[in-house]
Each structure stands twice: as C-alpha cells, then as structure tokens.
Design a protein around this ligand. Structure first.
Ligand code: TLP
Length: 356
C-alpha cells in the first residue's frame, strides 16, 4: 500500500520500537512516569515555554487550550479553514461553551487587519473575543508556513486587543524545517503552543500542549475531565523523545518528495500548486472517482471534497512510491483527473422577481 491519506498513518520504525520497549514507566496520573516527565520537560524547553502537558491527540491539545483561555460565552477568532472549526466535532461549543468566529485568510494565512476587524468592541450584545488561534503549518491552506513577521504581528495585535493566543502547531516542525526559524522563535508571541508527535514525526500517538505553568496545571485538570489522563504512558512518551531526536531534520525529505510529486502531477496535466511542506492538494473533476481508480493499485488518497484531493508525504513514503503515484495519475482518464467543472451559473430570478 502507498498510503498518502495523511502523515498520521506511519508505523513506528524498529529503532523507535526499541526506545519504546526500553522505556522507564510509572503511573502518569500520579505524576510518576519518568519518561512522560522527561518528554514534557524537553517539549517545554524546545518551545521556549515554562511547562508542557502530554495528551493523546492534537484535537485534545487544542480543546484544552481553548478551555484554559476562555469562559463559556466567549468568542474565539480563528482562520475559516482552521482545524477546531472544521475537524474537532464541535468540541469548542461542547467542552468550553464558546462560539467560534471564522475569518477567511489567504491559503490559511490570516491578515492582521481582518483579525483586527473581527474583534468586536466591548458591548453588552457581544460575545467577548478572548482568544486568537493560529495554525502553522496550515492544513487546509495547503501546508502553508506563516512568515515569521505575520506570526508575530497576529500575536501582538491579539494581545494589544486583550486576547490570549494559541498556536496550533500540529505540524509546527514542518514549518520549522521549511522556514529555518526555530520552534521557540515561531511560538514566541503565543501564550500556548501545541504540536503533534503522531504526524510527520512518525509516532503512533501523542501531542504536547506547552505554555505557562499555571495554565498547564489547569490544562492537566481539563485533560483528566476529558478522560485523557493515562497511566504507564511512558511507552508512548519514549517514542516522542526518540522522534524529537531523530525525525525532525528528515522532514525536509518529505517536503522534497511533496515537491517532486506535485511537479510530476503537473506533467500529468493535474491542477496542483507547488507545496511549501508535505501536504499536496489537487483540484480534479471527480475526486471520488480518482480515489476509487487509484485504489486497485494500492494507492490511498484523501478526498477532501468532491473536487479536491489531499496527498501527504511522510516517513513511510519513499522515492519509488512517488514515481509509482505519478505514473498511476498519468494513466487516469482526463474526464476524472482534469480540472474541476466551473461553478454552476446562478438560477434565473423567480418570475415574480423579474422586472416587468
Ligand atoms: N488533522 C488530521 C485530520 O483531522 C484532518 C489530518 O489528517 O491532517 N491541528 C491540525 C492542523 C491538524 O491537521 C490536526 C489533524 C489536528 C490539529 C488534530 O490532531 P489529531 O488528529 O491528533 O487529533
């Protein structure tokens, strides 16, 4: 199988499994797991924050961040394609009782002026905006990397207007490698930052939420409330520690393969842009038909919509796999891989609305 659906599909390498096998563990709910304690200390240090919390998923990291930064009835501002607005099962409303204010950006990157305009003035009618969430790299935006000035300016504006800031860095290490700007520098303006071990870093499970110690302490309680307190979870923390030492620089290989894949697909007449990191989005006439046509050759892709596909490079995708995928796309009929149909013309106005 050549599984390009996500970078979450990787299996641990033999060396990672060895590190897991040899892990020292204890009961993490009692704070006794040395491997988790070490992972949390290393994560906090790498992000330039005081403390960190090991959680099962990126979704839980974001939801805990939203919970600790807000009160019920508050408003959270985020880009319209952001993960908590699109893929977290409405969790912010259920867990924190907040409303989300989606602001469209360009390829997932927010304009500072648009965020400024979205923050409502204090008024008895308004839900007070108390948190800005930024996503780097931006998944639906195409794996895009924020220019560091934009990250800084968005955080500075939010703080000036009295909002806290959270950086959803599920793929922050991809942004670090692509931009050559260190993780603690990218996260500098943000009160909290999360990152995933289970994506490009190749671990089976896990994410970290990093920030000031009092907020992380509160987050620990929210994690328990959500059922995310885990016991001898040092086996998974050991995978994370291994990945932070061995799987970061290699992300550049995933980015190179994503570029090679997109260039090959361009030659196969596919509507695709050159990616900045490891996420390749394609616009096609029929995404479900393309997905079905590739399946018998063992190629798995993710249909984001009826006309959009996502192909993700990762630890288990090598150069040979990229060639196989390009050849398979080349053979697909134009009727399904060609450009998406133009948007349907709006219906004519109803008879009663027509000028006489
Ligand atoms: N994204 C997944 C799917 O949920 C779409 C993927 O395959 O890309 N923030 C961002 C920016 C993410 O892309 C994701 C996962 C998360 C948070 C949540 O992480 P998990 O899947 O660990 O809950």
């Amino acid at each position: 199988m050549i599984d390009l659906r996500s970078d979450t599909v990787t299996r641990p390498t033999l060396a990672m499994k060895k590190a897991m096998f040899e892990a020292q563990v204890g009961d993490d709910v009692f704070g006794d797991d040395p491997s988790v304690n070490r992972l949390e200390a290393v994560a906090a240090e790498r992000m330039g924050k005081e403390a960190a919390l090991f959680v099962p998923s990126g979704t839980m990291a974001n939801q805990i961040a939203i919970a600790v930064h807000t009160r019920p009835g508050d408003e959270v501002i985020l880009e319209a394609g952001a993960h908590p607005f699109n893929y977290e099962a409405g969790g912010a409303a259920v867990i924190s009782g907040v409303q989300l204010s989606p602001v469209p950006g360009k390829n997932g990157i927010l304009e500072v002026a648009a965020v400024d305009a979205a923050i409502r003035a204090p008024n008895v009618h308004h839900a007070p905006g108390t948190l800005l969430c930024v996503e780097d790299t931006h998944n639906r935006g195409g794996g895009t990397v924020h220019p560091i000035e934009r990250l800084d300016d968005l955080a500075a504006l939010a703080h000036k207007r009295g909002l806290a800031t959270h950086l959803d860095g599920a793929r922050l290490w991809n942004a670090v490698v692509a931009s050559h700007v260190a993780a603690d520098r990218r996260a500098r303006g943000y009160d909290t930052v999360s990152f995933c071990l289970s994506k490009g870093l190749g671990c089976p499970v896990g994410s970290l939420l990093c920030g000031p110690a009092p907020l992380i302490d509160r987050g620990r309680r929210v994690r328990k409330l959500l059922g995310g307190g885990m016991r001898q979870v040092g086996y998974l923390a050991a995978a994370g520690l291994y990945a932070l030492d061995h799987h970061i620089e290699r992300l550049e290989e995933d980015h190179r393969r994503a570029r090679e894949l997109s260039m090959g697909l361009m030659l196969a007449q596919i509507d695709v842009k050159l990616p900045q990191t490891n996420l390749v989005y394609l616009d096609v006439a029929d995404a479900y038909a393309v997905r079905a046509a590739l399946h018998p050759s063992g190629i798995l892709v993710h249909a984001v919509s009826t006309t959009r596909l996502r192909l993700v490079t990762h630890l288990d995708i090598d150069d040979a796999a990229i060639e196989v995928v390009i050849r398979a796309f080349d053979k697909l009929p134009n009727s399904i891989k060609g450009p998406p149909p133009p948007p349907a013309a709006p219906p004519p106005p109803a008879a009663s609305a027509r000028p006489r």
